[in-house]
Every structure is written in structure tokens, then in C-alpha cells.
Design a binder for this molecule. Structure first.
Ligand SMILES: *Cc1c(COP(=O)(O)O)cnc(C)c1O
Length: 410
């Protein structure tokens, strides 16, 4: 029996986002840069205002009432995040400043576990933040970086992955969904195969979490990372999920307050999880607002979100392809609501500038994924990424704007 999906009411949802009422260059804002950052609903804004208006205090230290209230709210948020990602323990959820920070904690932590000749595997579809820290790790340790190649549709070549795996493979890193093309990678298979040779796996969920609800225990990922700002939350906060045994093994990333057990000038012992990785005063308000953002998205429901966004993807793809000379990059059947495209002989930046004049926000450039652009031998693309608060009318506006830009530029 097919699972029943409650359809979402997009016009009611749009009321939750104050920014969607504003005008840009005299036109109603059409926000299609959701893969870079999502917009913020009123409940999350209210959570932030409430924190600074009523109980702003440092956490885990004061006995005073404000500090206890802030600590309670922060730890409740951690539990909300744990539940959302279905981690076994709340202390497996490390609150970080975002995906990039989370990846660096792991990449730095592995320095002592790798030696010359060990191999680490990344995918060709990675964001720079899931390439550079591993290159730095390889430089420090003498390990070798191998890359799972991709095909014209923007899909990973799983046969090639099989050949890359071996006794020397120690780590595999891949994103769940590519931010540049929207491809959904077969991470279940990637994880299972990595584990069969004894390698650990980190999944970059920055781009998948806005569309699907991951279950880290079912996936069996050793590490899973994401940023709140792509999930209707604020910037500057994210998570590192790690299996307890891995987080116990990894050394701390930064030294400072909050991450210690005992400090003397002779020797310092570290605090247990999760505090070992949370040195200094964290983004307290951000963590609490992250929890509120997940509650908001769950109140709509990820099944409804995915179904509606797929409808937008299908509609947008069809309408954009009606424009002559328009080419879409990333044509896998398994993809989310990201459309990366170019118009023949026109630089993406020029189109981006013209559509902005018409109130439409798209991203132009390499999307922090230069290797993908090199694969297609292009400088960049125009990327329209849709969220559950976007509408088909807005897609129509984009199509008209691109047609207009094409006329002006060719
Ligand atoms: C956005 C993104 C990142 C980087 O996230 P930050 O919040 O900038 O740290 C990494 N990987 C993917 C796939 C992304 O989409």
C-alpha cells in the first residue's frame, strides 16, 4: 500500500517566511538560491529574539537561573537534533559552526590514524569543503587521495568505486546529495562497501538534509555532517554526528574552556562527549534555533516536502528545456530540486545579473565544486534550487526572465 502523503499548502507556508514578502529591484522576490542557504521562518526568528530578550547567558557554568535556562534549552535542542537524525545517544551529536567545521574536526582527527600509503577516497561530486580538508590530511600523513569518477549525467561510477576499494582504503567521504547538480548518491551502497574493507565513512549531508530525513543508525555512517542554515535555521551552527566509539577515539580539535576535565600546567585531561569537541562558548542561540528549525520542518513533514519539491523539479525542468539552446547539467533520475544550466554561448554571470534585476535570486558560478565544472569544461552554471516554499508561478517568472536575458545577450 502506498504511504499517504499530506500535501502541503504552499500559500499558507509562505506566510511563515517574512522575507518572501519583500521586493527586490521593485519586483517580488523569487528566492531560488536555497542550495546556498534557506530562508528563515518566523518561529525561528522568534526563538532567536526570545533568547536574547529573556535568557541570554553562558551555558554549563553558572548556577544562576538564566544560565540554567539557557543550558536546558541548548541540551533540549541537542536532543531534538539527535531524534531527528536518529542517533543512538545525544552525546554523539556535536554542535559545530557548520559542515565545514565538522569535516575539519574529523579530517584533523585522523592525522594520527593514517600513514604513508594509506588511501582515502572522495567522490568527483564533492563541495570544496569535502575536498580540501582531506587533501590537507593527505599532505600531513602521506596518504593518497583517490576519486570516484562521474558520468555525463552527473552520477558516480560505482564499478570504478569497487576497483578503488582495497586493503589500503582507510576512509571514504562523499556527499549524500551534490549541491552543484542535485544528484542523489547511493550512499547505502557506498557505506556498505567501504565497511566491507574496514574503512570509515563520512557523509556530507549539507545538501540532503533539507530534502530528506536521514537515519544515521540505519545508514550505519561513521560520521554525518550538516549545517543548520540550509535547514531553515541560522548561519554559524551545524552538527557533527559520530559513532560513539569513533568520537572517543578521535583527539579534540581545539583546546580551551568547556572541553576539559582537569587542568594543571603539567597535564590536562579532557571532558567526555560531547564537550570534548565543543571548546569555548558555543553558538548557544544558534543551537537552540537549530532545534526550532527542525521542529518547524518536521511539522510540515519531510515526505510532503520531498513530494512537493519533486513536483517543482519536474515542472522547472520541463519549462526550462523549452528554451532553445538551454542545457541542464546533472540529469540523473535520482536528483533533488536543483537545476544547474547554461545557455549556449552566454556567460552564466551575465544571465544571473539580468535575472536579479527582475527580482530573482539564482546562484551563478562554480558552486564550490570546481572539479565538476572542469569535468563539463565550463566556467560555471546558473543554478536554480527550489524549496518547499517556492511555487510554479515563481518558476514561470524565472523562465520568462531567462528568455528575456537570452534576447538581450544574444
Ligand atoms: C553548503 C555545503 C557545504 C558547506 O557548508 P557550510 O555551511 O558552508 O560549512 C558542504 N557540502 C555541501 C554538499 C554543501 O552543500
Amino acid at each position: 500500500m502506498q504511504k499517504e502523503i499530506t500535501m502541503l499548502d504552499v500559500h499558507k507556508i509562505r506566510e511563515d517566511f517574512p522575507i518572501l514578502k519583500r521586493k527586490v529591484n521593485g519586483k517580488p522576490l523569487v528566492y531560488f538560491d536555497n542550495a546556498a542557504t534557506s530562508q528563515t521562518p518566523q518561529v525561528v526568528i522568534d526563538t532567536i529574539v526570545d533568547y536574547y530578550s529573556n535568557y541570554n547567558a553562558n551555558i554549563h557554568r553558572g548556577v544562576h537561573t538564566l544560565s540554567q535556562e539557557a543550558t536546558d534549552a541548548y541540551e533540549i535542542a541537542r536532543k531534538t537534533i539527535q531524534k531527528h537524525f536518529n542517533a543512538q545517544h545525544a552525546h554523539e551529536i556535536i554542535l559545530t559552526s557548520g559542515t565545514t567545521h565538522s569535516i575539519n574536526i574529523v579530517a584533523t582527527g585522523f592525522t594520527n590514524f593514517l600513514s604513508k600509503g594509506d588511501e582515502v577516497i572522495v567522490s568527483a561530486l564533492e563541495h570544496h569543503s569535502n575536498i580540501v580538508p582531506w587533501q590537507m590530511l593527505c599532505e600531513r600523513t602521506g596518504a593518497i587521495l583517490k576519486v570516484i569518477p562521474m558520468n555525463e549525467d552527473g552520477e558516480l561510477l560505482m564499478d570504478a568505486y569497487d576497483h578503488l576499494l582495497g586493503d589500503s582504503t582507510k576512509l571514504v567521504f562523499t556527499n549524500h546529495i551534490s549541491n552543484a547538480l542535485g544528484t542523489i548518491n547511493p550512499i547505502e551502497e557506498i557505506i556498505e562497501k567501504a565497511h566491507s574493507v574496514g574503512a570509515a565513512v563520512l557523509i556530507d549531508g549539507a545538501q540532503s538534509c533539507p530534502h530528506v530525513k536521514p537515519d544515521v543508525q540505519a545508514l550505519g555512517a561513521d560520521f554525518y555532517v550538516a549545517s543548520a542554515h540550509k535547514l531553515c535555521g541560522p548561519t554559524g551552527v551545524g552538527l557533527l554526528y559520530g559513532k560513539e566509539e569513533w568520537l572517543n577515539k578521535l583527539p579534540p580539535y581545539q583546546g580551551g574552556g568547556e572541553m576539559i576535565d582537569q587542568v594543571t600546567f603539567e597535564k590536562t585531561t579532557y571532558a567526555g562527549l560531547p564537550h570534548k569537541f565543543e571548546a569555548g562558548t558555543p553558538n548557544i542561540c544558534g543551537g537552540i534555533a537549530f532545534g526550532a528549525a527542525l521542529d518547524y520542518m518536521n511539522s510540515i513533514g519531510f515526505d510532503a516536502i520531498a513530494a512537493y519539491e519533486n513536483e517543482l523539479l519536474e515542472y522547472g525542468t520541463r519549462k526550462l528545456l523549452e528554451i532553445e539552446g538551454l542545457k541542464i547539467y546533472g540529469t540523473s533520475k535520482n536528483k533533488t530540486s536543483v537545476i544547474s544550466f547554461n545557455l549556449e554561448n552566454i556567460h552564466p554571470y551575465d544571465i544571473g545579473t539580468i535575472v536579479d534585476k527582475l527580482g530573482i535570486a539564482v546562484r551563478t558560478g562554480h558552486h564550490c565544486a570546481q572539479p565538476i565544472m572542469d569535468f563539463y569544461k565550463i566556467p560555471g552554471t546558473i543554478r536554480a534550487s527550489f524549496s518547499f516554499y517556492n511555487t510554479k508561478e515563481e518558476i514561470d517568472a524565472l523562465v520568462e526572465a531567462v528568455k528575456k536575458a537570452k534576447m538581450m545577450l544574444s
